[in-house]
Design a protein. Structure first.
Length: 112
C-alpha cells in the first residue's frame, strides 16, 4: 500500500468517524428520551400500586414486571446499547486513523 493509498484511507476513516460522532449524538438523545419514558412510566405504576394498597416491599418488583413498564425498560436498554456501540465505533476509527498515520510517517518520514 502506497502513502497515497494510506492518505485516501485516512480520509475515508475521517468521514466514517464524523458519521459515527453524529450517530453517537443522535443515539444519546434517543437514550435520554427512552430513560425518561421508562422512569415516568415506572413512577406512575408504583404510585398506582401504592394507591391500590399493595405492600411497599412488593411495589418495585410489581411495577418493573408490568408489561408496559418492562417494554419501556427494554427500549431503554436497547438505546443504551446502541449508544455504547456508537461510542466504541468512534474509538475504533480513532485507533485505525492513528495506525494509518503511523504508517504514513514511516513511509514518508525518511523522504528527502
Amino acid at each position: 500500500m502506497t502513502g497515497y493509498d494510506l492518505i485516501n484511507e485516512i480520509g475515508d476513516l475521517l468521514n466514517m468517524l464524523s458519521k459515527a460522532v453524529t450517530a453517537y449524538s443522535r443515539r444519546g438523545e434517543e437514550k435520554s428520551k427512552a430513560e425518561y419514558e421508562y422512569r415516568v412510566a415506572l413512577a406512575q405504576k408504583m404510585l398506582e400500586l401504592r394507591a391500590n394498597g399493595y405492600p411497599a416491599t412488593l411495589i418495585p418488583d410489581l411495577a418493573r414486571g408490568d408489561k408496559e413498564v418492562a417494554k419501556l425498560k427494554l427500549h431503554r436498554d436497547i438505546a443504551e446499547a446502541s449508544h455504547d456501540a456508537a461510542k466504541e465505533a468512534i474509538q475504533q476509527y480513532k485507533i485505525q486513523i492513528k495506525t494509518r498515520e503511523g504508517q504514513v510517517q514511516r513511509e514518508w518520514g525518511d523522504a528527502k
